[in-house]
Structure formats: structure tokens, C-alpha cells
Design a protein around this ligand. Structure first.
Ligand code: NDP
Length: 290
């Protein structure tokens, strides 16, 4: 039985994910580096803003930080409660998940790498996909808490497997986005109306999440709303490429895509949405994708 849950990292995703826990559990503890966000969460949703040392005494502890290294730095030196499960929803590095799994197990604490997909709208609606690496008994223990914000909750394998699936998913998003930007730049250069073209492609075999949501909702309308920062996508594509390299695979498309996303991330303001990858192509080709 879960008596208490905690959420650490109330960013674009965490703030919304933690809100759902309040409907299911009486003791919901939240902590954020900038503590005023935790206080705001408590005020808005009825969670409890607590010190980090208290948050990690919960039965199930969620974290959702930018990188695995942030999670490692956070956990270092913390005293954890035997019998609890740490569920890391960061999009992280599989090797680090394996290290944390071993380290925490020595303290009697379960560790799951449980990254999510579905963007901020999925976090808000509680319809995220959760892809989990770790021990089956820990998945079962944490399941009632994950169900608060997850729609598809899939145990995908050993520690690290959840992070691997997430990295490959985001690499596929990036590959499709680069391909769509190149395709739509070509159409624009040939004077084709891009909204008409999009309607045809989204009813045809060339469609993807890039054409079905990113292009119409972020790029063609020139809104580029910041919900998923470009450096985070560059981090994810980097993890996917590292995984392929570790296995000595030939992956030219992944390698090119990682370079493109990294170039965009280096060049464009760090606080830009991932859809501003379009600026890279627009600058190169002197074309506006609208
Ligand atoms: P944000 O940048 O919005 O939030 C990051 C959170 O982590 C903030 O609460 C921030 O605290 C905290 N934080 C940052 N660095 C540290 C640190 N060193 N120590 C402690 N806390 C820290 O990120 P997102 O919510 O967008 O992303 C979080 C994770 O989820 C990432 O791994 C991302 O790739 C993944 N993700 C994001 C999605 C999205 O659509 N945004 C979708 C799916 C996954 P503070 O407020 O103090 O800065």
C-alpha cells in the first residue's frame, strides 16, 4: 500500500504530472529547486511543499529533471527509505539507470527508469505513455501512482530499457521532423501552398507526428510555443546515437539527424521550442516554412 508519494522537479512536465497524484493519494509531497514553484503547486493543487530530505522519505518518489546527471547529483548524499521505489521520469541515459538501480538496490530502494511521452498536453490530461525499465516487482509497487498520469504504462525490460526506448522515440521524431522540413522547403520553393500540401500528406503515406502535429500546430502557424526545449531534443538524439555507437551499428540517418539537431540547438536561443529546428532550414534556404 502506498501511503505517500513525492514529486521532485516541477518543470513543464513535472508540475502537471504531480497534479494528478493529489486525486489519488492523501500525502503528496512536492519539491523543486526553485522552491516557490513547489509552494505554488501546493497552493494550486493541495499538494504539500516539503524539503528534499522529507520528499525522499515517500513510498514512491518521482523525479523529472532535464538530464540523468541532474538526477545523479540530486541523489548523491541523500538518505533514502528502504522499501521505497524511485521512479525517474527524466528522459535519461540507460547506463546511468543501471548504475542508479544497483546503487539504490544496495539501500533496499527500487529504481525504475520511467520516461514519458505525450508532451505537456499529455501531462496535463493524464494521458502520457510511460516506458519502464527495471524490476517487475518495483513496477507493480509503483503502478497505482504511475496510473495517475499514465495511459499506456509499458514495462519494456531491464534497467535502462525505458530510457533507451524514449531516446529512440525522440530520435524518430527528429528524423521525421528534419525530413518534413526538407520536404516542405522543397514544396515552398516550387510555389505550392503548404497548408494544401499538408492536407494531402496527412491523408497519405508520408505522414508522421511531425506533419500531423508539429508542422500545423507549431511551424506553419509561426507560433513555436515553448513546451519542449530544443536542447532537450538534442540531448535525446545524442543518447540514441550513443546507444547505436555502443553497439557498433551503422546508422547514417541517425548520425546526420543528431548533427542537425545539435547544430540548431547550438545556434538558436536555448529557451526555444524544438520546432525552431525549422529556423535552421529557413536560414540555409532563405525560405519561410509557412
Ligand atoms: P523543464 O526545463 O521545464 O523543467 C526542468 C525541471 O528540473 C525544473 O523543475 C527545474 O527546476 C529542475 N531542475 C533543473 N536542473 C536541476 C538540477 N540540477 N537539480 C534539481 N532540479 C533541477 O523540463 P521539462 O519538464 O520539459 O523536461 C523534464 C524531462 O522530461 C526532460 O528529461 C525532458 O527531456 C523530458 N520530457 C519533456 C517533455 C516536454 O514536452 N517538455 C516531454 C517528455 C519528456 P527549476 O524550476 O529550479 O529550474
Amino acid at each position: 500500500m502506498i501511503q505517500s508519494v513525492a514529486f521532485i522537479g516541477l518543470g513543464a512536465m513535472g508540475y502537471r504530472m504531480a497534479a494528478h497524484l493529489v486525486n489519488q493519494f492523501e500525502q503528496v509531497w512536492v519539491w523543486n529547486r526553485n522552491f516557490s514553484k513547489a509552494e505554488q503547486h501546493a497552493q494550486q493543487y493541495g499538494s504539500q511543499a516539503v524539503e528534499l530530505s522529507q520528499a525522499v522519505q515517500a513510498d514512491v518518489i518521482f523525479s523529472c529533471l532535464p538530464t540523468s546527471q541532474d538526477v545523479v547529483d540530486l541523489i548523491e548524499g541523500l538518505s533514502l527509505k528502504a522499501g521505497s521505489v524511485w521512479v525517474d521520469c527524466t528522459s535519461g541515459v540507460p547506463d546511468i539507470a543501471r548504475v542508479l538501480h544497483t546503487q539504490l538496490k544496495a539501500q533496499g530502494v527500487g529504481f525504475l527508469d520511467a520516461p514519458v511521452s505525450g508532451q505537456t498536453i499529455g501531462a496535463e490530461q493524464g494521458t502520457l505513455t510511460v516506458m519502464i525499465g527495471g524490476d517487475a516487482e518495483d513496477v507493480q509497487r509503483a503502478l497505482p501512482a504511475m496510473q495517475c498520469f499514465g495511459q499506456l504504462i509499458q514495462h519494456v525490460g531491464e534497467p535502462g530499457a525505458g530510457f533507451a526506448v524514449k531516446a529512440v522515440n525522440n530520435m524518430l521524431l527528429a528524423v521525421n521532423l528534419c525530413a518534413a522540413l526538407e520536404g516542405f522547403s522543397t514544396l515552398k520553393a516550387h510555389g505550392v501552398d503548404l497548408n494544401n500540401a499538408l492536407a494531402c500528406i496527412n491523408a497519405s503515406s508520408g505522414k508522421s507526428a511531425a506533419t500531423e502535429s508539429v508542422l500545423p500546430q507549431r511551424i506553419l502557424n509561426r507560433e513555436f510555443p515553448l513546451t519542449f526545449a530544443l536542447p532537450l531534443l538534442a540531448k535525446d538524439t545524442g543518447i540514441a546515437l550513443d546507444l547505436a555507437h555502443q553497439a557498433k551499428l551503422a546508422v547514417p540517418v541517425i548520425a546526420q539527424t543528431q548533427s542537425l539537431v545539435q547544430a540548431a540547438s547550438n545556434q538558436i536561443d536555448q529557451n526555444s521550442d524544438f520546432s525552431t529546428l525549422a529556423y535552421l532550414y529557413e536560414h540555409w534556404n532563405k525560405i519561410t516554412i509557412e
